[in-house]
Write a protein that binds this ligand. Structure first.
Ligand code: PEP
Ligand code: MG
Length: 325
């Protein structure tokens, strides 16, 4: 089965009736990039940079980061690489930088909140990303955004980093695209406002599901309540897609749900044509896309959007998948 799928690496992800999806990869290392490229990934939709900061004794320097980003960008060829700025806190810790003990780490000091506090650290990372942007198509993405102020503050530091590079005589892409993760429900609710200030949205369903359902994504005890197909999640996905389309910016999904082939009808119905997923999911999802008739799938997804429970929706998507394989 795995060998059979491998022949799809070179094939575009197009439905039977001609809708093309862009399947990119989530990576956290050059090794994962290599795996993804072997599976035909069209670019990197999420580069989790925190892994550059882990398993070491101090923060990585601008030069060290630049080397890694450049390698990733060059290997990816002409396709885009979305580099997400540091997303520590929550479940991810750094040995050399102990974060304060918190009662609710997922509601606490994490991601962009840390970057906006430790501005030098943030500026160093943004500088390294900017430097890599001359070697291919690079985009910057901020994690855990919940307000407009965070975007403006982050962009302020980005502008400082740009000015500094100009002063040093080092080139970068002056038009580098800047986007945000949509993974906090508040961001969905004000998606129309946020869309005016960024170039793209990328929906992080892992955190979005956790936050909207108030279900800790790491807690086994309540794992059965962690329902990516809960109607509230589908509504948030729809609101985000509609806000992006209305503003004319691009929207993608980079949470685990993008790698769930049962969700393909949902993306087609919502007009979300960019998906980013773990390398292991790429060929499986592509196989599903190739076996899907968009017109039919959209009808199924639209009926799912009227259903009242996650279980019903999941069952409907399961059934459609079985019948169209
Ligand atoms: C997400 O939250 O969906 C996401 C892609 O980010 P992470 O899993 O790294 O939190
Ligand atoms: Mg997340």
């Amino acid at each position: 089965k795995k060998e059979q799928l491998q022949v799809l690496a070179e094939v575009d992800a197009v439905t039977k009736d001609g809708t093309q999806l862009n399947l990119a990869a989530n990576i956290s290392s050059v090794k994962e990039l290599d795996m993804s490229l072997r599976s035909g990934a069209k670019g990197v939709g999420l580069f989790r940079t925190e892994f550059l900061y882990m398993d070491r004794h101090s923060f990585p320097s601008e030069e060290e980061q630049y080397e890694v980003y450049r390698r990733v960008v060059e290997k990816t060829g002409g396709n885009a690489v979305v580099i997400r700025t540091l997303d520590i806190g929550g479940d991810k810790q750094l040995d050399y930088f102990p974060l304060p003990e918190e009662d609710n780490p997922f509601l606490g000091y994490r991601a962009i909140r840390i970057s906006l506090e430790l501005k030098d650290l943030f500026r160093t990372q943004l500088t390294a990303i900017l430097r890599a942007s001359v070697h291919g198509k690079v985009k910057i993405m901020y994690p855990m955004i919940s307000s407009l102020d965070e975007i403006r503050e982050a962009n302020q530091i980005l502008n400082e980093a740009k000015a500094n590079l100009s002063k040093r005589g080092i080139s970068y892409d002056p038009n580098i695209e800047v986007g945000i993760m949509i993974e906090v429900p508040a961001a969905v609710v004000i998606a129309d406002l946020l869309a005016k200030e960024v170039d793209f949205f990328s929906i992080g369903t892992n955190d979005l599901v956790q936050y909207v359902l108030a279900v800790d994504r790491m807690n086994e005890q309540i794992a059965h309540l962690y329902q990516p197909f809960h109607p509230s999640v589908l509504r948030l996905l729809r609101m985000t897609a509609e806000a992006a389309h209305a503003a004319g910016i691009s929207v993608s999904v980079c949470g685990e749900l993008a790698g769930d082939e049962r969700a393909v009808p949902i993306w087609l119905a919502l007009g979300i044509h960019n998906l980013s997923m773990s390398p292991q999911s790429l060929l499986r999802v592509k196989h599903r896309v190739l076996n899907t008739e968009a017109a039919e799938a959209v009808t199924v997804a639209k009926s799912c959007l009227t259903m009242s429970t996650g279980k019903e929706i999941e069952a409907e998507l399961e059934k459609y998948k079985r019948n169209s394989t």
